[in-house]
Design a protein around this ligand. Structure first.
Ligand code: NAD
Length: 260
């Protein structure tokens, strides 16, 4: 299927984990990809996609820096002439008991997970409005935008924030033919979960390495952790014409873990 042939798609956090799986899915469906990340390896990820025949470039960009975000979208327009879809996927997590949680952890988490999503949406919207062709914005929230977990109040707050900004922007830009939706991945096997498993496991006190993920997966009705490609399928749907009449929604992709 070449649903995204001729479309330009920005994916933040596109060099690894869920973001890379999303980029791979779009590349397989013919899109031009602009991958962004704070990490230098983002160019390697883009190069791998090019080796598979996709048009792709990598841009080192800190999504908390408005000037850098502007340069990211300038680069997308410079390389491919337009921006059709933007996936705000970059995110960070730290885990700490309330009295140990630092102000820096709070600020960093809110800055990347919430402000970073807003800055990218803002730049993408500016360009989509100018083109007059509409567009699609997809923001990565989390199961923690539905139900806060223990020891991550800052992360849960940042992801609830993503849901709020998604709804508010969706109302503003709907008349321009731009949709804005959010997704809530559950437990997805990535580097982020290696950290989660280790630190949550230690703080909860009853789990050795690997045991926490196993225990939480037992609560998933589908009895397995998710993979990047499970999330990529939902993102591709929301970016496609099949989702033209869907906006302001937050959709779970978690094997049934949270049903609200
Ligand atoms: P990951 O740690 O593998 O990847 C995170 C990506 O974000 C990396 O590419 C990193 O370079 C990028 N990033 C971090 N800070 C950045 C910044 N300031 N500017 C630009 N890029 C930055 O994590 P993942 O598991 O692939 O998570 C991707 C998204 O999905 C995150 O928003 C995360 O909160 C969310 N999520 C993940 C899970 C899960 O179980 N893995 C569950 C729910 C939500």
């Amino acid at each position: 299927m070449n649903r995204f042939s001729g479309k330009t798609i920005v994916v933040t956090g596109g060099n690894q984990g869920i973001g890379l799986a999303i980029a791979e899915r779009f590349a397989a469906e013919g899109a031009n990809l602009v991958l962004a990340s704070v990490e230098e390896q983002v160019e390697d990820a883009a190069s791998t996609l090019r080796d598979r025949g996709a048009n792709a470039c990598g841009v080192v960009c800190d999504v908390t820096d408005a000037a850098a975000v502007r340069v990211l979208y300038d680069r997308a327009e410079h390389e491919f002439g337009r921006v059709d879809v933007s996936v705000q996927n970059a995110g960070i997590i730290t885990i700490a008991k309330v009295e140990a949680l630092t102000e820096k952890q709070w600020d960093d988490t809110m800055n990347v997970n919430t402000k970073g999503v807003f800055l990218c949406c803002q730049e993408a919207i500016r360009r989509m409005r100018k083109s007059g062709d509409g567009g699609k914005l997809i923001n990565t929230a989390s199961g923690q935008a539905r139900d806060g977990f223990i020891y991550t109040p800052h992360y849960a707050a940042s992801k609830f924030g993503v849901m709020g900004l998604t709804q508010s922007l969706a109302k503003e830009v709907a008349p321009d033919g731009i949709t804005v939706n959010a997704i809530c991945p559950g437990i997805i096997k990535t580097d982020m979960w290696d950290y989660n498993d280790r630190v949550w496991g230690r703080l909860l006190g009853e789990y050795g390495p690997g045991e926490l993920m196993e225990a939480w997966v037992r609560n998933i009705p589908m009895k397995r952790a998710g993979e990047g490609k499970d999330v990529a399928g939902l993102v591709a749907f929301l970016a496609s014409e099949d989702a033209d009449y869907i906006t302001g929604q937050t959709i779970n992709v978690d094997g049934g873990l949270i049903m609200s």
